[in-house]
Design a protein around this ligand. Sequence first.
Ligand code: 5GP
Length: 203
Amino acid sequence: MKKGKIIVLSGPSGTGKGTVGKKLLEINHNLAYSISATTRAPRPNEQNGREYLFVAKAEFQTMIERGELLEWAGVYDNYYGTPLKEVERLLAAGKDVLLEIDTQGAQSIMKKDIGAVFIFLLPPSLVELEKRIRGRGTEEEAVIQKRLKAASAEINLGKDYNYLVINDTIDVAVEEILAIITAEHCKTANNLTILNNLLAKGD
Ligand code: 5GP
């Protein structure tokens, strides 16, 4: 069976990674969501093991020490990380694995050179980004200000990604990402074995 691909979806907070990610998972059934571990408190409607694995700081520290995380980062006073084992299991089962992570986490995966696909989600404008963060209504003003300040600096990091997708209309962004995933699977490097098998059979 062909191994799946890691699809890293990143971008500043409020660009709509969550909404876009959910739609991608609804449409593309070969795509599985990697549930991150976090030390932040659950928001209303969030369930342990569904949105995140909610863990204490000490437990998170242990996960780091045991090498159980593919990547991790401190984001806005909390820790977030991707449990490695589950990602490996899904990839081996031929699934593509969606990582909705912050830019620091994406950068650390870039350094690992593990053939992941990096997609950066851009907001159509900074005004729209602020609207989205405020519209979510889940953060206090101080947190909103922190996230907005980080966003401008983070946008610059998009230059290092394989793809830039503007999330103006969700459905268009989703369509574009689905196309990216399809194209990645058709890349020559991924299919040379098939080509060589055809040549070997000579038919
Ligand atoms: P939130 O607290 O709003 O759910 O997430 C805050 C930020 O942490 C978002 O940018 C989200 O993508 C990022 N994040 C979620 N899970 C992970 C993870 O496993 N690793 C990293 N590096 N960032 C994550």
